[in-house]
Structure formats: structure tokens, C-alpha cells
Design a protein around this ligand. Structure first.
Ligand SMILES: C[S@@+](CC[C@H](N)C(=O)[O-])C[C@H]1O[C@@H](n2cnc3c(N)ncnc32)[C@H](O)[C@@H]1O
Length: 275
């Protein structure tokens, strides 16, 4: 059953604004994603690949040419339709990352959940995603996903923190400034409205995200908590972590305060620790 958070986020992703925002990333969302894919490309080439939360199909040209067993899924029918239309012949299905119903066990060499898609899931259901992904991964298979940093700038942002537009063109500057001032009251009202869905605990929070004019509620985590969660869920201790902006590798203890989100490459461990 869909949670109130699911319904809210699905409504946000169905808007024309979100469509434009998602299409803005023509190839990679950021340097970190490019570096992460570069690191795993050789290892996953020729193996079955599953692309979760495929959205409007941005990642299809990045992964589908690597294999002749590529499947994508999304829980929004509209996203499935758009991806199929843009990429005829590619297998794109309706499905939920928390269950992965109908997908074979121990099959995929790579499962991807890009652009912080996993953060749309309620904290109480996040474990279901790791569990389902682990089930469909072949032994030693990789899970590549990104997740928002609790201590980063995206998490500290508020709709009343107005920044001056970055342009030297005076006309553009004026247009952007007027637009940003016009949106400000809407953003603030949305932020207060979304606060009903927030929660916080040790090393994590569920809070509004500025994307799509402050219309999403997402999960944020510390790096330490994310790595511990992976280990608990049956992934190896040796996950590779890459920050989004410059694609630098991070380890526990590094300063993560400038990092909006982490790209994580986690390997399915042989055994799952006892619960
Ligand atoms: C931020 S968009 C990213 C789209 C695309 N992967 C990209 O990188 O451009 C997140 C996508 O994940 C999908 N999504 C979120 N939660 C999901 C779930 N539990 N199961 C399947 N898809 C989900 C949403 O419908 C949305 O299309």
C-alpha cells in the first residue's frame, strides 16, 4: 500500500515542472555519477542489469548498451510510458523497488537506483528495498545507488534562504530575481505544509527537498548510518562511496559537510548477518 509520502512524491514527479527538471540532466546528474559508472563499467559489462526508478529514461542509454539483459522499472505508470516511448524495444515495466515482484532471484550483476530515488521510501520501508535488491542480485553482484547526505547543503537548505542569481547578464539577472521572489511565498507555504510528513532519528531525517519547487519529502542519512545499514542488510563492508560534485571517493571520518549526496557501490555479501 502506498504511504502518504509516496502519494505526495508521486504527485510531484507527475508535474510538468518535475518533467522539465528531470530532462535537464541530459547524460549524468553530476560528476559523482559519471565516476561511479566508470568504476563499475568493465565489471558489469555483459551481465544482467536492473534499473530501478528509471523515471523518464535518462539512464537507459548509460546502461542498456552494456548488456543484452537490461530491464528497467518504475512505480509510476506515466514514467513507464514515457521511457517506453523514448526507448522503443527496451524492457520497461511497472514495479516497486520494495518488492521487485516477478523478478528472478540471484540473477543480476548490477542493480541501480539513481538520483536518490531510494530516498522517496519511508524509513520503515527502506530495509525492504535493500532486501529485495539483495534477493535479485547474483552472488557478488553490485548495487549502485545515490542517497542524500543528512549533514550536507541540500539538507540545510530552507526556502527563505534566497540566493542571488548566478549570471552577469543584467536582463537575465533581473528576470531570475523577480521569478525567485515571486516563488518564495509558494515555497515557504509548501515547506510548512510538508513538515507534517517529517521525522528524525539517530543519523537520519525525513524532510522536504528543494527539488521541483519544494514538492518532495525525502530521506537523508549520515554516511556512517548508511554503511552500517548496508552491512546489516547483507552487503559487504567494502562499499565505495563517491561524493556528487567532484566525484571524489570518501571514507568514514572525512568531512561530508559540502556533499549533497553520496553515490554508493555496494557488493552483495555471501551471507546476511543474523537479525
Ligand atoms: C528522482 S527520479 C529519478 C529518475 C531517473 N532514475 C533519473 O535518474 O533521471 C526518481 C524515480 O524513482 C521512482 N521511484 C521512487 N520510488 C520508487 C519505488 N519504490 N519503486 C519504483 N520506482 C520508484 C519515481 O517514480 C521516479 O521516477
Amino acid at each position: 500500500m502506498l504511504s502518504a509520502q509516496d502519494k505526495l512524491n508521486q504527485r510531484a514527479w507527475s508535474t510538468a515542472t518535475a518533467g522539465r527538471d528531470l530532462d535537464y540532466n541530459e547524460v549524468y546528474t553530476d560528476e559523482g555519477e559519471r565516476v561511479a559508472l566508470e568504476l563499475i563499467r568493465q565489471e558489469v559489462r555483459g551481465k544482467p542489469i536492473l534499473d530501478l526508478g528509471v523515471g523518464r529514461g535518462r539512464t537507459i542509454p548509460l546502461l542498456q548498451p552494456l548488456t543484452n539483459d537490461y530491464r528497467a522499472l518504475d512505480y509510476l505508470p506515466q514514467m513507464v510510458e514515457i521511457s517506453r516511448k523514448r526507448h522503443p524495444g527496451v524492457q520497461v515495466e511497472l514495479g516497486d523497488a520494495r518488492t521487485l515482484i516477478g523478478l528472478p532471484s540471484a540473477h543480476f550483476g548490477l542493480v541501480q537506483f539513481s538520483y536518490n530515488g531510494i530516498d522517496a521510501v519511508r524509513p520503515s520501508e527502506r530495509s525492504q528495498v535493500f532486501s529485495a535488491v539483495r534477493r535479485v542480485l547474483a552472488p557478488g553482484g553490485l548495487f549502485l545507488f545515490s542517497t542524500l547526505n543528512l549533514g550536507g547543503p541540500a539538507s540545510r537548505q530552507r526556502p527563505w534562504h534566497l540566493a542571488l542569481p548566478h549570471t552577469r547578464d543584467p536582463l537575465r539577472f533581473a528576470v531570475r530575481l523577480v521569478r525567485s521572489l515571486a516563488w518564495a511565498p509558494v515555497h515557504v507555504a509548501r515547506w510548512f505544509n510538508l513538515k507534517r510528513h517529517t521525522e528524525a532519528g539517530d543519523g537520519y531525517a525525513v524532510a522536504p527537498l528543494s527539488a521541483h519547487h519544494w514538492s518532495l519529502v525525502t530521506h537523508y542519512t549520515t554516511l556512517e548510518r548508511q554503511l552500517a545499514e548496508l552491512e546489516r542488510e547483507g552487503f559487504g563492508r567494502d562499499a565505495v562511496v563517491i561524493e556528487n560534485q567532484q566525484g571524489r571517493q570518501l571514507k568514514v571520518g572525512d568531512d561530508t559537510s559540502p556533499v549533497d549526496w553520496f553515490h554508493i557501490i555496494a557488493r552483495r555479501a555471501d551471507a546476511r548477518p543474523p537479525r
